[in-house]
Write a protein that binds this ligand. Structure first.
Ligand SMILES: *Cc1c(COP(=O)(O)O)cnc(C)c1O
Length: 394
């Protein structure tokens, strides 16, 4: 949002304008575009209707009548905002319901809900490790895991993407005697759609007495019968820290950690992003409760996003999708932008992903598939990609 622009006057404005010019010159300038989302996978920008392949609302739950009705009931019962942090007076009764459902779905003793996935990671990591400890992250981990790791003041090292052997080597090389080590990975990688090898990573963590935490932002609701990537691998018991978000397949907002009771009680006492930030609005929590009931009760809907992604990869001649996320790497940022614009003209909303979200030279189109996509939507998309020469013509 902006007011009418005034010419840059102060050194602050000059600094900002020069930074923006530099981004524009490198094809990395980003802009906020007003986007309407409609029922199903529909979206529109500037009055143009499109089918969106860029939403994380994998099950269409953000628009589901039962989910919306639950939010409306909660706003009428509890009001629009929580009024305080959870540790003050913001812990409205819906929280206990949500945390009970999350723990049940993930098969853990307890759960703790945060304001968002980003806030969860920046709160959990510094509550568990500190100066002198070691955080070992997958090199392609999400920005908020790195943010949490930096806030902890622990030493930070990365391991090669999805390489459990390298993870073990990094732990052994850098962990100080008697100090703790936290290993962080994503269950489903948000920009690549591949899955972390959780059995191998769990073994590496067990062998070194490191603590494994998964960020399952893109696994909950779509993998493992809806229970996420740890359930997909049959390894729920071996991942002691299962973090995720309520903002994607769950269709609402918020983050969570599922873990043992002592860990959750420690987090409630120590995570600064929980203690010093206002609780989620009641309608958001009620929506998440209703959405989790749907996830637990509708296995066919839960299976649909991966099924649709696989239909796409088969038609487009791409490697079989492992999750609802499929990347198509084009290289330079300008190419990703122009491909995205060309697809928009054909009625397909596919956002270009550029550095620093992904490494230099790997700008891409990133497709996400939802239960709301119809076969004809996916056929149309593959046809448009074929005409642009981005996949072999079908
Ligand atoms: C989206 C995402 C987050 C952030 O979750 P929010 O609830 O949107 O703040 C964290 N980690 C990963 C891997 C994500 O994709």
């Amino acid at each position: 949002m902006r007011q009418d622009a005034t010419p840059a006057r102060s050194s602050l404005d000059a600094f900002s304008a020069a930074k923006l010019d530099e981004l524009t010159g490198r094809g990395l300038r980003r802009r906020l575009l007003a986007t309407h989302r409609h029922a199903g996978a529909g979206a529109s920008r500037d009055g143009q209707g499109m089918i969106s392949f860029s939403c994380n609302d994998y099950l269409g739950l953000s628009q589901d009548p039962k989910v919306c009705a639950a939010a409306i009931r909660a706003v009428e019962t509890y009001g629009a905002g929580a009024g305080a942090s959870r540790l003050v007076t913001g812990n409205h009764p819906l929280y206990a319901e949500l945390e009970t459902r999350l723990a049940r779905l993930k098969g853990t003793e307890a759960a703790c809900v945060f304001g968002s996935g980003y806030l969860a990671n920046t709160g959990i990591i510094p509550a568990l490790v500190g100066e002198g400890d070691l955080v070992v992250l997958d090199a392609l981990g999400h920005a908020c895991m790195f943010a949490g790791a930096r806030l902890s003041r622990a030493e930070i090292r990365t391991f090669r993407h999805n390489d459990a052997g390298d993870c073990r080597r990094v732990i052994r090389a850098h962990r100080r005697p008697g100090r703790h080590c936290l290993v962080l990975t994503e269950g489903v990688f948000s920009m690549d759609g591949d899955l972390a090898p959780l059995p191998e990573l769990a073994r590496a963590a067990e062998e070194t007495d490191a603590w494994l935490m998964t960020d399952d932002a893109h696994g909950l609701g779509v993998l493992g019968g809806g229970r996420g990537s740890t359930a997909h691998w049959g390894e729920a018991g071996r991942v002691p820290l299962q973090m995720g978000t309520l903002s994607k397949a769950v269709g609402a907002y918020g983050g969570y950690l599922c873990a043992s009771l002592p860990v959750i009680e420690l987090i409630e006492n120590r995570a600064r992003s929980l203690i010093y930030s206002t609780a989620l609005p009641p309608p958001v929590v009620a929506a998440a409760v209703a959405a989790l009931d749907i996830i637990a009760g509708e296995p066919d809907r839960v299976a649909a996003p991966v099924r649709n992604a696989r239909f796409f990869t088969r038609l487009a001649g791409l490697p079989e999708a492992a999750s609802p996320i499929v990347p198509l790497i084009v290289g330079p940022p300008e190419r990703a932008l122009s491909a995205s614009q060309a697809l928009a003209e054909e009625g397909f909303l596919v956002v270009a992903i550029r550095p620093p979200t992904v490494p230099e030279g790997t700008s891409r189109l990133r497709f996400t598939f939802s239960a709301a996509h119809r076969e004809e939507d996916i056929r149309g998309l593959v046809g448009a990609l074929g005409e642009l020469g981005l996949v072999p013509p079908s």
